[in-house]
Structure formats: structure tokens, C-alpha cells
Ligand binder design. Structure first.
Ligand code: AMP
Length: 287
């Protein structure tokens, strides 16, 4: 595995690979790896000749009151983990490499960036879209692997790739979970033992919603109401939002139909956790 820090070096290696017609897969991350990240890398290894993993904690996707400084980092441990996965290139650019002093260009994916998490994290998806556009230009992969855990991120990036004609295929990998259902996240490390024990209520509530929908419930407000209630009853978690939206457009639904995305953000203390499920519906019943 090669650890690369400059764009020039990265391009030299990848140009050679492209010349040999090798397929390049890319996994963009903020590091502090867990099984969720590894599942993306394994998929890339399986489907591509070269797997590039980037680690960059992108300051532009954190709001002024968010956890940029607190975001967990452990490059040495991360490097050891990706080496075990036989990742070919670990790209770790510095702030100067990604955003040189005179940096002025941003990517705004309108409308969908302001929905769901975007309502509460202004500028977040602008930062995400900008850094991913830059990484796509640096790595120029054939395929980029994204996690379903960040459902809105997948939507924003798919829109960007389509709108700006990036020659890349995006592949979405299912959410990796702990045994008790908690979605894996680098931020889980910040949970106290008590919060960690309570946090699986998030996925339990989502699964209960799926059961209700399968039993015929079609009212979005009743579904979100139940989720709120379960989280309030079983934990100290503070729900920031729960929403039932159209999985393709992210438009809010009153009556559930089509492909439904149920997404939520919950605070446990200062730690914000997100999760989601997709429920494909054929027809509507109880209203
Ligand atoms: P991050 O380092 O949190 O920015 O995540 C890097 C990539 O890993 C993104 O595409 C995430 O959606 C994905 N990812 C993060 N957590 C998970 C998870 N639990 N399961 C699957 N993919 C994940």
C-alpha cells in the first residue's frame, strides 16, 4: 500500500494504472475507520483493479458550532486497517493541498441540500459536494463507493455527478451496523457508556416503523410520531428531526407511497447520530 500526500504523485500513479486500462475505485472518507468504511473498501477491491481510499476531515462541511475539532482522528491505526484490506493507495492530503490560500470555488446542489439534515446543518452539503468534486478531479475514479447510512449525501452527490457530467459511477453500499443495530459511525466513540447502551433505540424505532408500514399504516405523521415517542420513552436521545420523504426526490410525504425514505437525526448529549431506512411500497392502504 502506498501512502500519498500530493496530487502530483497521486496522478502519476493513477495515470499509469489508467494507461494499463485498470479500473479505479475510490472511497472518500474522513477516517477513524470502522466496518462501514471497510465494507466500502472491500466492495471497491472486489470490483476494481485499484482501490484508492482518501482520508480528509473537510473543514468546509462543518458549521462554526459543529464538531470539527472534536472529530476523531487516528491516521496510524487507519493506515494499519487499510493495509490489511489490501487497499492500493491511501491518499491523505493536507488542508493546503485541498484548499490552497486563494480558494474561491464552491458547489451548491440546490434544493435537496437544504432538506432533512441540511435544514439544521447549513452549508454542510455545499462543503461535501465541493470536496467530493475536488476528489473526483484528483483521483478520476471509474467508480466511487458511498454508504447508504448517509442517504442525503448519496442524493446530493448523485445529483452533482449527473448535473456536472462527472464520468464516474456511484455505487451505494448498505449501512453497516453493530450487533445491536446501531449504525456504525466514527462519532459513536463520543457516546458515554450510558448513551451507547441507549443509542440502538434509533434503529429499533426505524424497524418498528417498517413493521407498522408493512401492516398498512400510510400516515407519515403517525409513523414519525411513533418514532419520536419510542426514542423519548426509551432513551435520553433528543430527536432533531424525523421525516418520511420520497426516496428519489427527498420531498416530504404526508401519505406514504412509492419508495419511502425514513430519515432521522438524534442527539445523544453533544453527539449527533443519523440513520435511515428505505421502504419500497407498491400500493397504499390505510390512510
Ligand atoms: P465518513 O468517513 O463518515 O465521511 O464516511 C465515508 C464513507 O463511508 C461515506 O460514503 C459514508 O456514507 C460511508 N459510511 C459511513 N458509515 C457507514 C456505515 N455505517 N455503513 C456504510 N457506510 C458508511
Amino acid at each position: 500500500m502506498r501512502i500519498i500526500k500530493t496530487i502530483k504523485q497521486l496522478r502519476q500513479i493513477l495515470d499509469k494504472a489508467r494507461h494499463k486500462k485498470q479500473k479505479i475505485g475510490c472511497v472518500a472518507t474522513m477516517g477513524y475507520f470502522h466496518e462501514g468504511h471497510l465494507s466500502l473498501m472491500r466492495r471497491a477491491k472486489k470490483e476494481c483493479d485499484i482501490c484508492v481510499v482518501s482520508i480528509y476531515v473537510n473543514p468546509k462541511q462543518f458549521g462554526p458550532k459543529e464538531d470539527l475539532r472534536r472529530y476523531p482522528r487516528d491516521i496510524k491505526h487507519d493506515a494499519a486497517m487499510v493495509k490489511k484490506e489490501n487497499v492500493d493507495i491511501l491518499f491523505i492530503p493536507s488542508d493546503n493541498v485541498v484548499y490552497p490560500n486563494c480558494y474561491l470555488t464552491y458547489i451548491d446542489v440546490e434544493k435537496i441540500s437544504g432538506m432533512l439534515c441540511g435544514k439544521y446543518r447549513q452549508g454542510h452539503f455545499r462543503g461535501v459536494a465541493t470536496v467530493v468534486a475536488k476528489l473526483l478531479n484528483m483521483v478520476a475514479p471509474d467508480v466511487m463507493y458511498l454508504g447508504q447510512k448517509d442517504a442525503q449525501q448519496v442524493k446530493v452527490l448523485s445529483q452533482m455527478v449527473a448535473d456536472l457530467n462527472f464520468p464516474v459511477t456511484l455505487r451505494v453500499v448498505p449501512t453497516a451496523r453493530e450487533k445491536d443495530g446501531l449504525a456504525m459511525s466514527s462519532r459513536n466513540i463520543h457516546l458515554s457508556a450510558h448513551q451507547r447502551a441507549q443509542a440502538p433505540v434509533i434503529y429499533r424505532a426505524l424497524k418498528a416503523a417498517v413493521v407498522q408500514i408493512k401492516a398498512g399504516e400510510r400516515s407519515a405523521s403517525r409513523i414519525t410520531g411513533h418514532i419520536h415517542q419510542m426514542i423519548r420513552q426509551d432513551s435520553s436521545g433528543k430527536v432533531q428531526y424525523v421525516a418520511c420523504v420520497d426516496a428519489d426526490t427527498l420531498e416530504p410525504l404526508k401519505i406514504l407511497k412509492g419508495k419511502v425514505l425514513i430519515a432521522l437525526g438524534v442527539f445523544f448529549g453533544k453527539t449527533r447520530l443519523i440513520d435511515n431506512v428505505i421502504v419500497p411500497l407498491k400500493n397504499s392502504r390505510k390512510v
